[in-house]
Design a protein around this ligand. Structure first.
Ligand code: VG1
Ligand code: CO
Length: 543
């Protein structure tokens, strides 16, 4: 066994997006493609000699091939040890947990998250740092810079390593520890939540349906819900990770998790429905005939946090991404704790969590999490909801409606225009940016525009400035229209339009959101000239 130095050429324009590098599987299968990116990670990190890394992925097509390549490259680059999930499986939150618990230097996660998988689907790779969280911009920028100048990569010529057996061994001088992907994570969850209360609640006949969408959340949900908490077998459906996710689009929202929605609409519906995405960092919570919006879920978790043992002393602060509704801010105000507003992407929460400024965080894109790790966490959110249900004895809909009655309802919706022409998308955004200053004080959607800007974030911990994070139109009544281009898509551009309005009057809380937001929706399309510039009259996905 020996190290090979392979000559290669830089590839350009492969800048990691909101969450790592995501491309079609075919792109990753190109000669040297994955290798270049992995070597760029190692080169950007400086000296990886003697370090220990975590490695795993969501099990999608190309996961196993990529794990073998990365193991051989890690060995050739002098990495001391890699902790790899059995079968190459580790969820994103599971990896974050392993990095933190074992004090590793970082980890490589193979996932395109909520993007479809399979030979024609997407693949992705991201690097997490020693706090367990996504690499911050200065690290991803350094990786990108290396991909532009790379001339060689190092790889061992060793045979494939057995990743299907939990054991320790060596690969060309590097220690490889194949670990149970769930064990550390399950242990952490037991420290945070009242497992006895949830067990009793389930034993009393309450039911959950957890749809893992044939992605990586399955093994975690099965072990914790059916194993440790005693939920009946079959409570977790689609629980085995498949390379093509069994044809499921592993994005837990009402548009893609239709089967779960049908089960929660049925006469014999379980008490709670839940789903997670490809890499199990997202979650959707569904009550009987009611989907909890992710923004509400964050606010509700924050408002009830002290029922869970891990949060019984209260929260230091709540952080949300800018497009996420202001429901969490209202809770923070009531609790007398700070509310933080960050750009989209979990990496922006890392500093706030590390500094102890925020305890729970969330994004409108079905992501919730806390300071227990440095990623959003699907199974964690479901356990939090179970803990709330068990502690209060109330149902999901009751909890949500009581929350609205107490704090008011933030009607919320996101309209995605997927796969639009990239030039048209860029023109649309720059046109919008061009007219922001003239908008202030004008009437739009029967409201007065109070502020119109391009969101910039000054990190209160390290002072770094992130600009152009989304166009915001904020009205005098607190309503908002927000526009951003997605950083995770792999085909053309995706325009996301986020719509929010606040309603204090409880008699109007039952209005369907699309109806409550109708005038904002119309205004959002006219203002950005969406149909004219993109040729699309209607969005592809409405959540
Ligand atoms: C989307 C979401 C964002 C999320 C990101 C990664 O990004 O909007 O909130 O953090 O996906 O989620 P974008 O740039 O496409 O809007 V996933 O579950 O990687 O893990
Ligand atoms: Co994800």
């Amino acid at each position: 066994m020996s190290t090979q130095t392979i000559q290669t050429q830089p590839f350009t324009g492969q800048k990691p997006g909101t969450s790592g590098l995501r491309k079609k599987v075919g792109v990753f299968q190109q000669r040297h493609y994955l290798e270049n990116f992995v070597q760029a990670i190692f080169d950007a990190l400086g000296d990886v000699k003697g370090k220990t890394l975590a490695l795993g992925g969501d099990g999608r097509y190309h996961n196993r091939v990529a794990v073998q390549t990365i193991l051989k490259m890690a060995a050739a680059n002098g990495v001391a040890k890699v902790m790899v999930g059995k079968d190459g499986i580790l969820s994103t939150p599971g990896t974050s947990c392993v990095i933190r618990k074992h004090k590793l230097s970082g980890g490589i996660i193979l996932s395109a998250s909520h993007n479809p998988g399979g030979p024609d689907g997407d693949f992705g790779i991201k690097y997490n740092i020693d706090n367990g969280g996504p690499a911050p911009e200065k690290v991803t920028d350094a990786i990108f810079a290396k991909t532009e100048t790379i001339t060689r990569y190092l790889i061992s010529d060793a045979l494939d390593y057995d990743i299907d057996t939990i054991a320790s061994g060596t690969l060309d001088g590097m220690t490889v520890e194949v670990i149970d992907p769930v064990a550390d994570y399950a242990e952490l969850m037991q420290q945070l939540f009242d497992f006895n209360a949830i067990k009793t609640w389930l034993a009393n006949g309450h039911r959950i349906r957890y749809d893992a969408l044939s992605a990586v959340g399955g093994p975690y949900a099965i072990e914790i819900l059916e194993g440790l908490l005693g939920a009946p077998k079959g409570s977790v459906v689609n629980g085995i990770p498949l390379e093509d996710f069994g044809g499921h689009h592993p994005d837990p929202n009402p548009v893609y998790a239709t089967d779960l929605i049908e089960h929660l609409d049925a006469a014999d519906a379980p008490d709670i429905g839940a789903a997670s995405d490809g890499d199990a960092d997202r979650n959707m919570i569904v009550g009987r005939k009611l989907v909890v919006t992710p923004s509400d879920s964050l606010a509700i978790i924050a408002a009830h946090a002290t029922v869970a043992p891990g949060y019984k002393s209260g929260l230091a602060g709540i952080a949300r991404s800018m497009p996420t509704s202001q429901a969490a801010d209202v809770v923070a105000k009531a609790l007398g704790i700070p509310a933080y507003e960050t750009p989209t992407g979990w990496k922006f929460f890392g500093n706030l969590l590390d500094a102890g400024k925020a305890t729970v965080c969330g994004e409108e894109s079905y992501g919730t999490g806390s300071n227990h790790i440095r990623e959003k966490d699907g199974v964690w959110a479901v356990l939090f909801w179970l803990n709330i249900l068990a502690a209060t004895g109330k149902g999901v809909a009751e909890i949500v409606e009581e929350h609205w009655a107490k704090y008011g309802r933030h009607f919320y919706s996101r309209h995605d225009f997927e796969g639009i022409d990239t030039d048209a998308a860029n023109t649309l955004m720059s046109d919008l940016r061009g007219k922001l200053t003239t908008l202030v004080g004008t009437q739009l959607a029967n409201r007065t525009v109070q502020l119109a800007d391009d969101f910039a974030y000054l990190d209160p911990v390290d002072g770094s400035l992130s600009q152009k994070q989304g166009v915001r139109i904020i009205f005098a009544d607190g309503s908002r229209i927000i526009y951003r281009l997605s950083g995770t898509g792999t085909e053309g551009a995706t325009l996301r339009v986020y719509l929010e309005s606040y309603e204090a009057d409880v008699t109007r809380h039952a209005t369907p959101p699309q109806e409550a937001l109708a005038d904002l929706i119309t205004a959002s399309r006219e203002l950005a000239r969406i149909a004219e510039l993109t040729g699309r009259k209607e969005p592809t996905v409405v959540t």
